[in-house]
Design a protein around this ligand. Structure first.
Ligand code: FCB
Length: 446
């Protein structure tokens, strides 16, 4: 252990607290054209020039489709109690609906059985952004029918895996895939239009509600939740225009999904979403869920501009500690977010993502001594303990991520893993943070 490294300590957390890691299908699986998988919007987006750093694609990624046994063995070595992953919709339904792909379903059978055999609970997320291209060709999230296509997909997954999977999530970060995908054009499918964004957002909300209803019926007794990316939104200056912009960003980022889903109301700042709301929709959306997944990294910043969205995305102001990918390190904002999310939604919280990105290489000894990530995880888990002491019902913490992986528009250069992946050889090299986190789990395992 490096002398400057904070010692992992026993934290005061509930007896049922669970530790784990999170990943997503498109970011790790690879095997993009194998065993009948259909294309997703990310496959096509990645082929458009200039969309992804270095022209990277998810074609091979971490080759997890073939190496899942080795990856589960790493989780076991880490001491993970939970593995949160996503199913690739186009792998199990290549056209998004209709004929299921049995080879795709078989892969998740093997993965789930391997996890259970290693005493790791599988937490299955239905949607981590890889929409089947065939559905995008029909309008994707802008087509209202997608709520029912998504429910059919949920039914297939529940029938097949509901006997072994006890925790399901509908969506990972509906805000990022709709705001970046339809409002700002940064993510697939690359549309930048306010109306498209709000239309997609409403249909995602409807799809969430339909999927919860379906999972309740077909996977009785399973614990159902959704995963929300929530970060405090700061104005870049004290001007009233920037403050108003930060409030609009907060509505788009933090409230447009969790509010209708958990509180049966849309943020008043986004009244034009009502154009898409039909009689009965809010009741369809607001299906009770059992847990609230919170993904948190860093505060985000807004500046006033005259765009249709009503804000511009801004860099953090100068000063203050940053991660290796330029995200502001503020564990106090994490504690505050836990308090705020619990106060607003009153659901048990699982931290379904938190982690540290960096541009890393192997050192001359073939290791990665990622002291910055260790310091981050230390500070953020302490902040979570402080939130628990303040009365927040927080029940789990799943690091993003087990492995370095395909980090969307940043490609492979941004690394968030506890395990380094040498993409040329697919060799996995646990970083110093892997050992540190293993000791933290060990000190807190119940
Ligand atoms: C989150 C995503 C996840 C990963 C991390 C760094 O927004 O859910 O897939 O990209 O950020």
């Amino acid at each position: 252990m490096a002398s400057s490294e904070p010692a992992p300590s026993a934290l005061t957390l509930p007896a049922s607290f669970r530790w784990g890691v999170s990943t997503a299908a498109y970011q790790i699986e690879g095997a993009a054209a194998e065993d009948g998988r259909g294309p997703s919007i990310w496959d096509l987006f990645g082929r458009q020039k200039g969309r992804i750093a270095n022209g990277d694609t998810g074609d091979v990624a971490c080759d997890h489709y073939h190496r899942y046994r080795e990856d589960v063995a790493l989780m076991r070595r880490l001491g993970a109690q939970v593995y949160r992953f996503s199913v690739a919709w186009p792998r199990v339904l290549p056209q998004g609906r209709g004929q299921a792909n049995h080879k795709g379903l078989d892969f998740y059978d093997r993965l789930i059985d391997e996890l259970l055999g290693n005493d790791i609970a599988p937490w299955l997320c239905l949607y981590h952004w890889d929409l089947p291209q065939a559905l995008d060709d029909l309008g994707g999230w802008q087509n209202r029918d997608i709520a029912l296509w998504f429910a059919d997909y949920a039914a297939l997954v529940a029938r097949r895996f509901g006997d072994r999977v006890r925790h399901f999530a509908t969506f990972n970060e509906p805000n990022v895939c709709t705001l970046f995908g339809y409002g700002m054009g940064w993510n697939a499918p690359g549309i930048a239009n306010r109306r498209s964004f709000l239309q997609a957002a409403h249909h995602v909300n409807l799809a969430h509600g339909e999927a919860v209803r379906t999972l309740r019926a077909l996977a009785p007794g399973a614990q159902l939740g959704a995963i929300y990316n929530r970060q405090v939104c700061f104005p870049v200056s004290e001007s009233s225009e920037d403050k108003a912009a930060a409030n609009v960003l907060d509505a788009c980022w933090n409230r447009l999904y969790a509010d209708p889903q958990c509180l049966a109301e849309y943020p008043p700042e986004l009244a034009d979403v009502q154009e898409f709301v039909q009689a009965g929709d809010i009741a369809r959306i607001a299906q009770p869920i059992d847990w609230f997944g919170l993904n948190h990294y860093s505060p985000i910043y807004a500046r006033a501009d005259d765009s249709a969205l009503g804000f511009a995305w801004a860099s953090p102001p100068a000063g203050g500690a940053l991660t290796g990918v330029g995200w502001r390190i503020e564990p106090g904002a994490f504690r505050d977010e836990l308090v705020a999310a619990y106060g607003r939604y009153k659901l048990p919280i699982y931290v379904t993502e938190n982690g540290f990105g960096a541009k890393e290489t192997l050192d001359e000894t073939g290791a990665v001594n990622d002291t910055g990530r260790i310091a981050y995880l230390h500070a953020y888990t302490k902040a979570m303990e402080a939130a628990a002491a303040a009365g927040v019902d927080v029940r789990g913490y799943y690091v993003w991520s087990l492995l370095d992986n395909f980090e969307w528009g940043s490609g492979y250069a941004s690394r968030f893993g506890l395990v380094f992946v040498d993409y040329a050889t697919q060799k996995r090299v646990p970083k110093a943070s892997f050992d540190w986190f293993a000791r933290l789990i060990d000190a807190n395992r119940r």
